[in-house]
Ligand binder design. Structure first.
Ligand code: KIV
Ligand code: ZN
Length: 521
């Protein structure tokens, strides 16, 4: 840890709290790919998961712990020795690691969620922080629902957690209820009233239910907190967590008012956002820092000002967050070697030869169809190939008959667990006909929650990225796919969501999954 009193540590929880958002579950490969980007970007602590929650979470924390070169991996545990043991088992191969243990301290949570008295919670802090310290010096303690906790009680529990060995004390605004002035007061009170507070780093963890997560986090830092817990793209439970990119860029851009330092290489923010959105869901266009429109100037008066002096309407440069002007990259004569180099530049250094081969084949087809092939087109092709690599149901062919008058019809061939199956369906529009074909070839009961189409680049020959969100028995998955043919992208996006749902079923009900496989559906 640094001696610089203005150094703010960035604790990322995209793969733990972020993954708790509906539709954001990530595969092991996605998590390792994300971790490599985070590690390179300079995130101080990466909360890789909640090891006791599932075997998948445990394996992910274990795998991430082994690959990090700079960041410290952390695992979450409740106040339970089993949870803490699981954290240790998952993290132990890392040279340094953190155990993050938490319990609720608000009257509401203690009574209705834990069914424990304040005295019992107090005793539990001593027992479990002390137990976690057996495994590592780096123990973080959180008082869940901190912002609805009685202040005198919070001061007592924080003092005890530090005396029991916690070196980071995290104050969560679990339900996104606080406002900046109130949160400033909470952090200042802890700083002023807890006698041993200088032995720990104070941390803030804010949720965005009232849209105040970033403002509250920054208020916490200004009042003395030196760790911020946040997620890329602000993903997280309900309305999400404080957005990492917004916090880091606010500190950097308004350093005159917030003279703090983070260790983040901000030019990797855009890449981090993409790698997370590819694994979870698309980012809204007007999202600060990483949205597609964040650096776009539409009004003529703004464009005129920008041409005269960029500072007129630009408070930070797109380059400072890693946004490059969309560049013309390659044409149909570009070879495999140049393509591989381009993938390295775009941050796909670790993809397998098979994926490169598939993406290169698609690039050649695209370059024949489309006048200009841009960086974003190439990224969409690789992402699409990465997705298909893991699918057990794949689109083999699709023909769609659409237009006025006739009912729209789709003829489809699918590869379902290695069996080639064909069908034809009509529907209310071509997309409806396509989704009906999939349902006939692979019978399933899911609810379509969202269907969204975006153009990857400009022009009528642009590739379309389609996002589909489906739900089944309370579980949600999101699928994405890109193609110059919007209908092919629609079929592939739905199949991608369905393939992810199959993986989810396999994780949560492996027996049902095996029976289903044997039935051949
Ligand atoms: O929001 C919250 O309270 C949490 C804790 C587990 C830190 O995520
Ligand atoms: Zn949280």
């Amino acid at each position: 840890m640094s001696d610089d009193k203005n150094r703010v540590y960035i604790f990322d929880t995209t793969m733990r709290d972020g993954e708790q958002s509906p539709g954001a579950s990530m595969s092991l490969e996605e998590k390792t790919q994300i971790s490599r980007v985070f590690d390179e970007m300079g995130i101080d602590i990466i909360e890789a998961g909640f090891p006791i929650a599932s075997p998948g979470d445990f394996e992910a924390v274990k795998a991430i712990s082994k690959i990090l070169k700079n960041s410290i991996p952390a695992g979450l545990s409740r106040h339970s020795k089993k949870d803490i043991d699981a954290c240790y088992e998952a993290l132990k191969e890392a040279p340094r690691f953190r155990i993050h243990t938490f319990i609720s301290t608000s009257p509401l949570h203690m009574k209705h969620k834990l069914n424990k008295s304040p005295e019992q919670v107090y005793e539990s802090i001593k027992e479990h922080v002390t137990y976690a310290r057996k495994f590592t010096d780096d123990v973080e303690w959180s008082c869940e629902d901190g912002t609805r906790t009685d202040m005198d009680y919070m001061c007592k529990t924080v003092e005890l957690a530090i005396n029991s060995g916690a070196r980071t004390i995290n104050i969560p605004d679990t339900v996104g209820y606080t406002v900046p002035s109130e949160f400033t007061k909470i952090i200042s009170t802890l700083k002023n009233r807890v006698p041993n507070i200088d032995k720990a780093i104070l941390s803030v963890h804010c949720h965005n239910d009232l849209g105040l997560a970033v403002a509250n986090s920054l208020a916490g830092v200004s009042a003395g907190a030196r760790q911020v817990e946040c997620t890329i793209n602000g993903i997280g439970e309900r309305a999400g967590n404080a957005s990492l990119e917004e916090i880091v860029m606010a500190i950097k851009t308004r350093n005159d008012l917030m003279p703090y330092k983070t260790g983040i290489n901000t030019t990797l923010l855009s890449k981090a956002s993409k790698v997370v959105s590819n694994a979870t869901f698309p980012v809204q266009f007007n999202k600060a820092i990483v949205g597609k429109n964040a650096f776009a100037h539409e009004a003529g008066i703004h464009q005129d000002g920008m041409l005269k002096n960029r500072n007129t309407y630009e408070i930070m440069t797109p380059e400072s967050v890693g946004v490059k002007q969309t560049s013309l990259v390659m044409g149909k004569h570009s070879g495999r070697h140049a393509f591989k180099e381009k993938l390295n530049d775009l941050g796909y250094a670790n993809v397998t030869d098979d994926v490169i081969q598939t993406a290169f084949g698609k690039f050649k087809i695209l370059a024949d169809k489309k006048k200009h092939v841009y960086d974003d087109d190439i990224a969409a092709l690789v992402d699409d190939s990465l997705i298909k690599d893991k699918n057990v149901i794949n689109l083999k062919s699709l023909k769609v008959f659409a237009g006025t008058g006739e009912p729209q019809r789709a003829d489809m061939t699918l590869d379902v667990y290695g069996d080639i199956k064909k069908t034809s369906e009509t529907g209310d529009g071509p997309v409806d006909a396509i989704f009906k074909c999939i349902k006939k070839l692979y019978p399933h009961e899911v609810k379509l929650q969202l269907y969204q189409v975006h153009a990857v680049t400009e022009g009528t020959d642009a590739q379309a990225t389609v996002s589909v969100r489906i739900s089944e028995k309370g579980k949600t998955t999101v699928g994405q796919a890109a193609d110059t043919d919007t209908l092919v992208a629609s079929a592939n996006a739905y199949l991608n969501a369905l393939n992810k749902m199959i993986i989810k079923r396999k994780k949560t009900a492996p027996e049902e999954y095996e029976q289903e496989k044997m039935k051949g559906i």
